[in-house]
Structure formats: C-alpha cells, structure tokens
Design a protein around this ligand. Sequence first.
Ligand SMILES: N[C@@H](CCC(=O)N[C@@H](CS)C(=O)NCC(=O)O)C(=O)O
Length: 234
Amino acid sequence: MASPSVLEDRPAPLDAIADPPSLFDGTTRLYTSYVCPYAQRVWITRNFKGLQEKIKLVPLDLGNRPAWYKEKVYPENKVPALEHNGKIIGESLDLIKYLDNTFEGPSLFPEDHAKREYGEELLKYTDTFIKTVYTSLKGDPLKETAPVLDYLENSLYKFDDGPFFLGQFSLVDIAYIPFIERFQIVFNEFFKCDITAERPKLSAWIEEMNKIDAYAQTKIESKEILQIFKKKFM
Ligand SMILES: N[C@@H](CCC(=O)N[C@@H](CS)C(=O)NCC(=O)O)C(=O)O
C-alpha cells in the first residue's frame, strides 16, 4: 500500500475545557473527529479538491465534547459540520456534494447522465450498506453482509473506463471508503474473514483507493478502529 506523501499536521482535538474558535469570523471550518467515518468523507473531499488552506480542520474530542459546540455551532451536536459564509451545514453526504459544487478544484461527480444517475443510486445505497453491516456484527456477520458486499462488487462492473464506481474517482468512492476500510479490518480480525475474497473488483478498488493521497492522509491506525468497534458495536 502506498503511504501518504507527507502527513498534514493534525491539530489536537478540542475537549470540554477548550475555548471555541472565533466563530463566524469568515474562516471556513470543518468540525470533525479523526475517528469518525462520516467526517472522513468530508476530509477526503476537502483534500482531493486541494482546499487544505481554505478549510480549516477543527477536531473535537467526541467523548468529552465542548458544550459550546451544541449551543453555538451545531445543535445536532454531531460531526461533521462545516462553518461557511456565516452558516453551519451538516450531514456528510450533503457536505461532500456542497464542497464539490461550491469550491474550486477537480470535479468529483461526472457530467455523463447515466453515471450521475447511477452515482445517486449508489449514494442512497450507502445507508442500507452501513446499517446492514453494523447490525450484522451482533448476528451472523458473514451471512448477513454477503448480499450488500456482492451488490458493491457487481456495481464495480457497471462502468469499465476505470477501477472506481463511476469509472473515474468520485464522491461515490469517497462515501464508501471510510466504511469499507473499517469493515475490512474488523472482519479480518474478529471473524477471520477477508471481505475481498472472491470479490476481485472490490479488491482492486481498495488497492486503487490506497493510491489516492487525499484518502491516505485521513487514515487512522487499525488498532484504534478495532478498539472502537469492540467497545461500541460488538
Ligand atoms: N448522518 C450523519 C452521521 C454523523 C455521525 O453519526 N457522527 C457521529 C460520529 S462518527 C457523531 O457525531 N456522534 C455524536 C453523537 O451522536 O452524539 C452524517 O452522515 O454526517
């Protein structure tokens, strides 16, 4: 696997006793958590579009969150959220589209009508995919996840002009990778199962994803992922 060029400095997460930044001063901020897969989607998008200077990372310690975040920034009290032009926007799938449509940098959604339509379908399917896998962890994981993993494997055959879901790298790849990355690690460790076995397209897709620096920049240690899953989902 290719490792990231040079890792961007990661500011320390803000906890309950940290002061807020000077809110709504014109700075664009991504409120995030390094361990959150939803926030990771937005982080990858920001990196790929080259917005590191324009969008400042503000990581929070989710286990010991500052009260001002819910009170003054985002009443939902979740990450990710983006502070931009005097507003706060949440929800990772809305945010990756917002970043793609609002800021400069390479486009992350194709023009082609068939690809756009399929892209929307795959973005919708993320919810089913994620729920199925998380729920399976307390049931029969191999059996229950086979249909959703096969769905992704088959989707990767749809366009043959590149290894990504819509051929070229897009928001769809960004929406799935934080979750596939985690599920691959967790299934290997806890169930001795390789989710890419007999899924050659998924295997090749992960290999291609690992070459993308914007994503490599956002990875966390496997052992941290395993600890979180053990504590929260199993
Ligand atoms: N649907 C949201 C989900 C975001 C989410 O669940 N974030 C988690 C961290 S991974 C969070 O902030 N949890 C804090 C809480 O629920 O109190 C999205 O796609 O952005």
